[in-house]
Ligand binder design. Structure first.
Ligand code: PXP
Length: 236
C-alpha cells in the first residue's frame, strides 16, 4: 500500500504562534524523502491549519502527489480547479468539529455530489469520496463519477483491541470488496496508528492509506523522518 501523510498538524502548530515555524512545506519534503507517496492537506473553510498559500506552494514544489482534502463547496471547487492538485478527497465539514467526524453522506446528496465531481474529473483531478464503510454509501459513490473512495477507518481504530474490532473490520473488508467490484479504487484513513495499521494488509487491493495524527505525534519523539519511515515500512 502507498502512504499519504497528512501534514495539517504541522500547520496547526505553526499557526499557534502565528509565525513561520514549523514550516508545513519543509515537513512535506521530509515526508516525501522518507517514503510518503503523497502529501495530504485539508484546506478547511475556517483555515484553522492549512492556508491557501500552503496549498499553492505544495502544488509547486512537491515531487510526490498532492492530495487536497476539502468540503463540497463552490469556494473549494474553484480553488481545486485553479491549483489542480493530483487528487482531491471530498469530506464533510462541520465548523465545530475537532477533526472529520464521519464520512460524506453521498447517498443522501447523490445529485449534488455527482455535479460537483464532474468538473474536477474533467480537469484531470482524481476524485476520492471519504465515506463510512457502509454498503449503501459505496453503491452511491460508484454512481458519482469519482474514481476513488477513502474508507473512514475511525470506528475500526476506536474498536481496535476490543470485542467490536471484528465487526468494524468486517465492515471495512466488505466495503472494499464491493467498491472494487463496482470499479472504484479504495483508500483508507482516519485514526490509523502504528499498531492498528497492520490489519489493513488483510484488505485486498487497498491502494493508499492516509495518516496524520499518529505520525506527527510520533515525530515529536523520534523526528519526522523516522516516524514516516516507520509507517512507510508498516504500510508496504
Ligand atoms: N483521511 C481523511 C479524509 C481525514 O479527514 C483525516 C484527518 O484529517 C485523515 C485521513 C487522517 O486521519 P488521522 O489524522 O487520524 O491519521
Amino acid at each position: 500500500m502507498l502512504l499519504g501523510v497528512n501534514i495539517d498538524h504541522v500547520a496547526t502548530l505553526r499557526n499557534a504562534r502565528g509565525g513561520f515555524e514549523p514550516d508545513p512545506i519543509q515537513a512535506a519534503h521530509t515526508c516525501e524523502e522518507n517514503g510518503a507517496t503523497s502529501i495530504t492537506a485539508h484546506l478547511r473553510e475556517d483555515r484553522r491549519h492549512i492556508k491557501d498559500q500552503d496549498v499553492r506552494t505544495l502544488k509547486k514544489v512537491l515531487k510526490v502527489n498532492l492530495n487536497l482534502e476539502m468540503a463540497v463547496t463552490d469556494e473549494m471547487q474553484a480553488i481545486a480547479l485553479e491549483v489542480l492538485p493530483h487528487s482531491v478527497c471530498l469530506v464533510p465539514e462541520k465548523r465545530q468539529e475537532v477533526t472529520t467526524e464521519g464520512g460524506l453522506d453521498v447517498a443522501a446528496q447523490l445529485e449534488r455530489v455527482t455535479k460537483f465531481v464532474k468538473p474536477l474529473v474533467d480537469a484531470g483531478i482524481q476524485v476520492s469520496l471519504f465515506i463510512d464503510p457502509d454498503l449503501d454509501q459505496i453503491k452511491a459513490a460508484a454512481k458519482t463519477g469519482a474514481q476513488f473512495i477513502e474508507m473512514h477507518t475511525g470506528q475500526y481504530s476506536l474498536a481496535f483491541g476490543t470485542e467490536q474490532e471484528k465487526f468494524e473490520f468486517e465492515k471495512l473488508k466488505n466495503s472494499a470488496s464491493l467498491a472494487q467490484e463496482l470499479g472504484l479504487k479504495v483508500n483508507a484513513g482516519h485514526g490509523l496508528n502504528y499498531e492498528n495499521v497492520s490489519r489493513m494488509h488483510e484488505i485486498d487491493g487497498l491502494y493508499e492509506l492516509n495518516i496524520g495524527h499518529s505520525i506527527i505525534s510520533k515525530a515529536v519523539f523520534t523526528g519526522l523522518a523516522q516516524a514516516v519511515r516507520d509507517m512507510a515500512d508498516l504500510s508496504k
